[in-house]
Design a protein around this ligand. Structure first.
Ligand code: TRP
Length: 368
């Protein structure tokens, strides 16, 4: 493949900045081990569908780990972000509650973590106004994540919200002064944008009278070390392709889906992610469930072929998810409790957002 100089520069820069982000993530992990109380983490999910094992092994286990390590953890249900790239909200209420249910079943403890939906927090949304004044339209149009999300919509025109949602996402992070954002690398441009906003806010408006700290911290991304899990057909996991296993599915449904998983014609199972991505991915899933190395699992299966591999994955995954699923069923039967957790989180988020907006008004001399 040939690249022009511009592409080459862009790739070099983004690889260098990815390496830099990895270094920062390592420092943060050290910081968490030394003193978790110096961090407030915020992470968000768009309620566009049901969570699946890709989310589970990627972001969800990571957020649980942060909570268990003693980091004050905030979980945002980004309901307004649903309408960035689609018309209408879909069955939003069910999806929001399903997301809260998944998090509780995972072990998120509402006494230690705060879970809320940003549509219910007016002062958070109001931060969007001063923040919008701090960014340029050229900056927003350059955002690579916005660009690729727009491309994925097959010719949809850019909406005002699509263009500016990274600014809204900065408000998501900054309203509660989160300084730690566990994310995948696609979200790094949004974090950079959030840092630019806090720096410009500080440069332009300074601090409320008498305050010694800036209003907003500079949030850093914490890249998850979890391996990327592919779908059951070896391609990118996505609900629309039907190649994933949703967390709310039963053990039987899981078994059926794994039976249909793609392998290859070589009966001898080896761990070779480059030449045998489908087989390697199934081995990785077993490894994530059992904690055993992929190579050791492959050796054990040996000439057992794809059938043995799938049988092993079915057992490992169903066993691994058994307690999650049991808790999920209990919570499904107690949706009053789930709604109550959400309402408590929203109340807490409003307190924080109102206090932050007061400081913003004070820094901007808009207290009358
Ligand atoms: N954009 C994120 C996603 O698509 C979701 C999100 C919204 C988020 N607000 C956030 C993530 C704030 C981290 C911090 O997955």
């Amino acid at each position: 493949m040939t690249h022009n100089i511009g592409d080459a520069l862009e790739n070099a820069t983004s690889e260098a900045s990815l390496a830099h982000s990895r270094q920062i993530s390592q420092k943060i992990e050290e910081g968490i081990r030394n003193d978790p109380s110096q961090f407030r983490a915020l992470t968000g999910d768009r309620p566009t569908g049901n969570l699946h094992i890709g989310h589970y092994f990627g972001s969800m286990q990571n957020r649980l780990r942060l909570q268990q390590a003693g980091v004050d953890t905030w979980l945002l249900v980004a309901d307004y972000q649903v309408i960035t790239d689609r018309d209408g909200v879909g069955p939003i209420k069910d999806r929001v509650l399903s997301l809260v249910t998944d998090n509780l079943a995972l072990g998120i403890d509402p006494d230690r973590s705060t879970i809320f939906a940003h549509s219910q927090v007016p002062a958070l949304n109001q931060l969007m106004l001063p923040f919008l004044s701090l960014v340029t339209d050229a900056e927003l149009r350059r955002n690579p994540t916005v660009k690729s999300e727009l491309e994925a919509t097959d010719g949809r025109p850019m909406s005002g919200l699509m263009l500016t949602y990274p600014v809204h996402q900065a408000a998501d992070i900054l309203f509660c002064k989160a300084n730690l954002v566990p994310v995948g690398k696609d979200q790094l441009p949004h974090l950079e944008q959030a840092r630019v906003i806090t720096d410009r806010f500080d440069a332009r408006y300074g601090r409320p009278e008498g305050a010694k700290d800036r209003v907003f911290p500079r949030p850093q991304g914490l890249l998850s070390e979890a391996e990327m899990v592919l779908g059951l057909d070896g391609t990118k996991m996505s609900k629309s392709k039907g190649n994933t296993i949703e967390l709310r599915m039963s053990a039987d449904e899981t078994a059926k889906l794994i039976k249909k998983a793609v392998t290859d014609s070589d009966r001898h199972i080896t761990y070779d992610p480059v030449n045998r991505p489908e087989v390697a991915n199934l081995l990785t899933l077993i490894s994530l469930c059992t904690g055993r190395a992929q190579v050791a699992i492959a050796e054990e299966i040996g000439d057992g072929g794809g059938g043995t591999l799938k049988k092993m994955l079915t057992e490992a995954l169903n066993e691994h998810l058994a307690s999650f699923r049991a808790r999920r069923l209990e919570l499904e039967a107690d949706q009053g409790y789930v709604a109550d957790v959400l309402h408590r989180g929203i109340a807490r988020a409003n307190e924080e957002a109102n206090a932050t907006l007061d400081q913003v008004r004070s820094a901007m001399n808009m207290v009358y």
